[in-house]
Design a protein. Structure first.
Length: 430
C-alpha cells in the first residue's frame, strides 16, 4: 500500500509528519509524494490563522476530488482546535487530532476492517507527558527537524495554540540522545531543535535548551546544531553565555517579535517590551560573531492604529533583521482577542503587510549585498537543478554554488559573488 503526506504549517508539523511516515513505513507502506497516486493521503494541518484553516479545507477537498477511491486522513492542529469543524469535512475518512498521531496505523487498520468513518480527537490534559515521537531519518537527508518540546503556557491574546497543543512538556535528554544517535547513523549532519514554545524546553525539569544543544553537539557525526523559533523573554544572559561555548551551535536566532509597538504588545499579552527585545538583539550580536536575527511580525492586530503600525515598522528597520515573516492578524475564536473585535479592514491589513514586507526585503537585500566578496563556510544540502547546489552558512544565509561533482553533505568554503533578496551565489574555493 502507498501513503502520501501533505504537510501544512511549522517545522513541528514537519517533524511529526516524519514520525507518522516512519510508523507506516515500518508497517510495510511505501511512502510516496503527494503528487503521486496513493492509497492513503494524510493532510497534516495547521490552524495558526484562518488562512491556514482555509488551506486545510481546500486540501482535503482537493485530494478527495482528485483521488475519489483513496482514503483521506486529516490530522494535525486544525481538528485538535476545532473538532466540530473538522468533523464537518465529510471528505475526510479518518479525522484525528495531533494528540493521536501515534495511533495512525491502528486507525488505518481499523478503517480497512470496518469501512466506517473514524473520528478520534482526544483533548489535551494538564499533566500530559511528552509523546515519544522520535525519528531515525528525515526527508531532507542532511538536516533534520527534531521535536523536543510541545505545548505553550503563554496564552497570548490572539493565539489558539494552547488549545491545539496543550501545555508545555519536554522530551527527556535520554530519549533525545538516542534519537540523535540514530539520525547521525543515517547520515544526518545538521540538527534543528524545534518545539511549539522551544525556549520553554525543560520547564519544571532539571534541564534546559542548552542541555539539548549539548546533547546534539556531543555526537561526533553531527556538524551543526541550530534552534527553531524562540520567545525573547526566555533567553537569559546565562543561556547566551552557555550557547557561545558550544562550537557546533549555529548563531541563527529566530525570535518572535509580533510587534515593535509597546501598546500593541500589551494588547497581545506578550511578556516583554520593545526596548527589552532590542536589548536582547544587541546582546546576541555582541556575543556571537556573524549572528543573524530573524523574526515574525503581525500587522493589523485589534486596535492597531496607523501610529502603532509605523512604530512597529520603525522598530523593524532599526533592528535590521536578516529576514522577517510578515502576516496579517487573523481572528481565532475562543481567544481573548476575539472578544476585542477584528476592527482593521482586510485591505488595510494587506496594505500594512505589503509595506512591512517591502521594507524588510530592502534590509535583507542590503545584508546579502554586504556579503559579496566574503568567504563563508556552507553545508551543502541538495541539488536544486543540474550542477547547481544549495546549502546554508552557519547563520542560515542561503547559498547556491555551481559544481561539476556531487557536493551534497560537504562542508565547504566558498566566496560569495552575487546576491538577490532570496539567496547569494558563490564560487568554490580550490
Amino acid at each position: 500500500m502507498k501513503a502520501a503526506f501533505y504537510t501544512l504549517g511549522c517545522k513541528v508539523n514537519q517533524a511529526e509528519t516524519e514520525y507518522m511516515s516512519e510508523i507506516l513505513e515500518k508497517a510495510g507502506f511505501e511512502i510516496v509524494s503527494s503528487s503521486e497516486e496513493a492509497d492513503f493521503y494524510i493532510i497534516n494541518s495547521c490552524t495558526v490563522t484562518a488562512t491556514a484553516d482555509r488551506k486545510t479545507r481546500q486540501s482535503v477537498r482537493r485530494f478527495r476530488r482528485n483521488h475519489p477511491s483513496s482514503v483521506i486522513i486529516l490530522t494535525g492542529c486544525m481538528p485538535q482546535a476545532f473538532p466540530k469543524e473538522a468533523e464537518s469535512l465529510k471528505e475526510a475518512d479518518i479525522v484525528l487530532g495531533n494528540r493521536n498521531d501515534g495511533d495512525i496505523l491502528k486507525l488505518i487498520n481499523q478503517y480497512n476492517t470496518e469501512k466506517n468513518r473514524i473520528l478520534k480527537i482526544s483533548s489535551h490534559q494538564s499533566g500530559d507527558k511528552f509523546q515519544n515521537c522520535s525519528i531515525a531519518k528525515f526527508s531532507e537527508r542532511i538536516r533534520a527537524f527534531v521535536k523536543i518540546e510541545d505545548g505553550c503556557d503563554r496564552f497570548c491574546s490572539y493565539c489558539i495554540i494552547p488549545t491545539s497543543r496543550g501545555r508545555v512538556r519536554s522530551k527527556s535528554p535520554e530519549n533525545l540522545k538516542e534519537e540523535i544517535r540514530l539520525l547521525a547513523f543515517n547520515g544526518i549532519k545538521e540538527i534543528v531543535l524545534v518545539g511549539i514554545n522551544l525556549s520553554a524546553y525543560g520547564k519544571n525539569e532539571c534541564f534546559n535548551i542548552v542541555d539539548a544543544v549539548r546533547i546534539c553537539a556531543e555526537n561526533e557525526n553531527i556538524k551543526r546544531v541550530r534552534l527553531g523559533s524562540l520567545e525573547p523573554d526566555h533567553i537569559t544572559d546565562d543561556i547566551l553565555k552557555d550557547l557561545k561555548k558550544i562550537e557546533k551551535f549555529c548563531p541563527q536566532f529566530h525570535i518572535s517579535l509580533q510587534s515593535g509597538c509597546n501598546r500593541t504588545l500589551r494588547n497581545m499579552n506578550r511578556h516583554y517590551t520593545a526596548e527589552e527585545y532590542m536589548e536582547l538583539c544587541r546582546k546576541i550580536r555582541k556575543t556571537f560573531v556573524n549572528a543573524s536575527l530573524t523574526t515574525d511580525v503581525m500587522v493589523g492586530f485589534c486596535g492597531e492604529s496607523e501610529a502603532d503600525f509605523n512604530e512597529s515598522l520603525e522598530f523593524v528597520k532599526k533592528a535590521a533583521f536578516e529576514k522577517v515573516h510578515v502576516f496579517p492578524y487573523s481572528e481565532r475564536s475562543t481567544t481573548k482577542a476575539s472578544l476585542m473585535g477584528d476592527d482593521i479592514p482586510k485591505k488595510e491589513k494587506e496594505r500594512r503587510a505589503e509595506i512591512m514586507i517591502r521594507e524588510s526585503e530592502k534590509i535583507r537585500t542590503d545584508y546579502f549585498n554586504s556579503l559579496i566578496g566574503k568567504t563563508v563556510c556552507v553545508l551543502v544540502e541538495n541539488e536544486i537543478m543540474e550542477g547547481i547546489y544549495q546549502g546554508y552558512t552557519e547563520n542560515y544565509t542561503p547559498i547556491r554554488i555551481k559544481s561539476e561533482k556531487n557536493i551534497i553533505g560537504d562542508e565547504i568554503n566558498v566566496i560569495i559573488t552575487e546576491a538577490n533578496v532570496e539567496y547569494c551565489s558563490a564560487e568554490l574555493l580550490f
